[in-house]
Ligand binder design. Structure first.
Ligand code: TXA
Ligand code: MG
Length: 535
């Protein structure tokens, strides 16, 4: 697709460019437009086929709804119903401007825009070019940020060109976005109202009108397993540059102390005042105590990290006060909630039999971590007289016990691994008990100020990864693993291969681990652990 470029510096005079962009929108095309927050990818909100093109251009998941952009607050009732007084009060105070309000939708908003929800997000942008284009198009414009899904939002027309050339009908260049982060999103469709996404309009400002406003949990925390997001967008990986970012908790001294002790970072993401202290390449994200300078720089800084080819980045932690909350919300996501120098945490270590988890855990223990070995716990839970053992007896027969009351492991294995159903019955009995004790011990270690390492061959199958701040898969080539387990357990080649095959499912699941640690030549296990900043 040929992508037109229109540069609009004075919308009042450039009626030709405005009309051209509006005509494309009315014809069902997608046009990238400037706004005061970030650039948006706009289409006629009443035209499902046009809206579908936005999702295609961005590669956006279909269940993530779009914001509908209007020319003036009076237009709200064209797309929303049962609009509460508080909504008008907010719009009168903050619109046009970087605020999005979620309301109950009217039927004219197709499910493609609302992603099937009964609500619609509305915003009246203040950027003069955006406003002029909406007026000229004569229809509300559905528009997400104009980045490829998952990448940092674009704050200049060049950013949009990098992501969208050939994917949209036109790009309107209206200069750099003023705010630099997306609009504040607040929903009035819930009671109490909720702040879903912080922006340059702060929670404190909104509370003047919404005294019972609640800040959604997902603003500063990853979504807990099994929980649905109040705003679907919050469940997706966001704002991610290619580099792995780690946020170093604490003040400037703590940051530079950590950087000195830990050589893993190749690039630093810091505030302007920190730059002269950096002994490595650095990118700046505004001034320490001026969050409005940080919003202006954040997404540009993330894109710069990629241009520099940064791989491991240590970042300063912004303040969460006022506009800072919006900066933290974006940076925490860009860093996939990886924090360093913070409170002790739980690390999950997995890997196939023979990969050498034990070797790696021994090194982590030598570096001060507390190892919680699930193999040991698996034996403990079936101790004579335990409730798990009695459940196993009921499920697999009384003769799985030896005369002394201990478990006859060989007999149990023969019965349990006879079919997938019996194997599943075995895990259903043993896994919950193993998981509970594992977590109890890991949490006790953390409470005692240590980092806990869960050593678990079935980390992902048992769902233990959900409790780990970071996960590591220990790997080795198959021949190496087979040779190791043959030497260790005196198995034939065929027996060893069978054991490896049993672990195929966990092996596939554990590909999601945050890190792979190569336990084969040239080894350098300690160096790999250091590079992962695990401790
Ligand atoms: O500043 C902005 O808001 C920019 C510019 C272009 O206006 N737009 C923007 O759109 O950031 P987008 O799609 O990247 O982010 C919209 C967020 C998503 O997290 C989405 O899930 C949420 O708003 N959202 C939209 N409609 C919603 C609804 N009905 N209920 C809950 N969340 C909704
Ligand atoms: Mg976005």
């Amino acid at each position: 697709m040929n992508t037109e470029l229109y540069t609009i510096t004075d919308p009042a005079k450039q009626t030709e460019e405005i009309s051209a962009a509006a005509a494309l929108l009315r014809a069902g095309e997608v046009v990238a437009i400037p706004t005061e927050t970030v650039y948006g990818l706009a289409a006629n909100a009443f035209d499902p086929a046009a809206v579908k093109k936005i999702f295609e251009a961005k590669g956006r998941p279909q269940d993530n709804p779009l914001i509908v952009h209007l020319a003036s607050p009076e237009d709200v009732t064209t797309v929303a119903k049962d609009v509460p007084d508080a909504a008008y009060a907010l719009l009168r105070r903050f619109s046009p401007g970087p605020l999005t309000v979620i309301l109950h939708k009217k039927d004219c908003i197709p499910p493609e825009v609302s992603a099937g929800l009964s609500t619609v997000a509305v915003r009246i942008p203040s950027h003069p070019a955006a406003n002029a284009i909406i007026r000229a198009a004569g229809v509300p414009l559905a528009a997400p940020s104009a980045n490829l899904s998952g990448f940092p939002s674009p704050t200049t027309a060049e950013d949009v060109r990098d992501d969208m050339t050939g994917r949209v009908a036109a790009i309107v260049d209206g200069g750099p976005s003023e705010a630099g982060i997306e609009s504040t999103v607040v929903t009035l469709a819930t009671d109490p109202p909720r702040l879903l996404r912080p922006g340059v309009i702060t929670a404190e400002q909104l509370r003047e009108f919404l005294p019972d406003l609640v800040v959604d949990e997902a603003v500063l925390h990853p979504l807990a397993e099994g929980k649905t997001a109040a705003s679907p967008g919050m469940k997706y990986k966001h704002y991610s540059p290619k580099a792995q970012i780690y946020i170093v908790k604490g003040d400037r001294a703590a940051f530079f102390g950590y950087v000195k002790r830990n050589p893993a970072a190749d690039t630093l993401l810091v505030f302007e005042e920190d730059a002269p202290l950096c002994e490595k390449p650095c990118v700046t994200m505004g001034k320490t105590d001026e969050p409005l300078t940080q919003t202006g720089r954040l997404f540009t800084a993330l894109r710069e990290l990629d241009r520099l080819g940064a791989k491991t980045v240590f970042a300063r932690e912004p303040s969460k006060e006022g506009v800072g909350l919006g900066v933290c919300n974006r940076l925490y996501r860009a860093a996939a909630f990886r924090f360093l120098n913070g409170p002790p945490r739980i690390i999950g270590v997995c890997g196939q039999t023979g990969a050498g988890k034990s070797t790696v855990c021994a090194r982590l223990a030598a570096m001060g971590a507390e190892i919680v070995d699930t193999d040991i716990i698996a034996r403990e839970v079936v101790a004579p007289g335990s409730p798990v053992l009695s459940d196993l007896k009921t499920a697999f027969g009384g003769d799985i016990l030896l005369p002394d009351g201990a478990l006859d492991r060989k007999k149990l294995a023969a019965r349990a691994f006879a079919s997938p159903e019996t194997a599943a019955r075995l895990s259903a009995i043993t896994h919950p008990a193993i998981v509970n004790i594992t977590l109890e011990r890991a949490n006790a270690a953390v409470a005692a100020g240590k980092t806990a390492v869960i050593d678990a061959p079935l980390l992902f199958t048992a769902g233990l990864q959900a409790y780990c701040a970071v996960t590591v898969k220990v790997t080795a080539p198959e021949e190496t693993r087979i040779a190791r387990i043959r030497a260790r357990d005196g198995l034939t080649e065929a027996e060893a291969k069978k054991r490896v095959a049993v672990q195929a499912e966990e092996d596939a699941l554990s590909e999601q681990a945050d890190f792979k640690l190569k336990n084969y030549p040239p080894y350098e296990i300690d160096a790999q652990i250091t590079a992962m900043c695990l401790l």
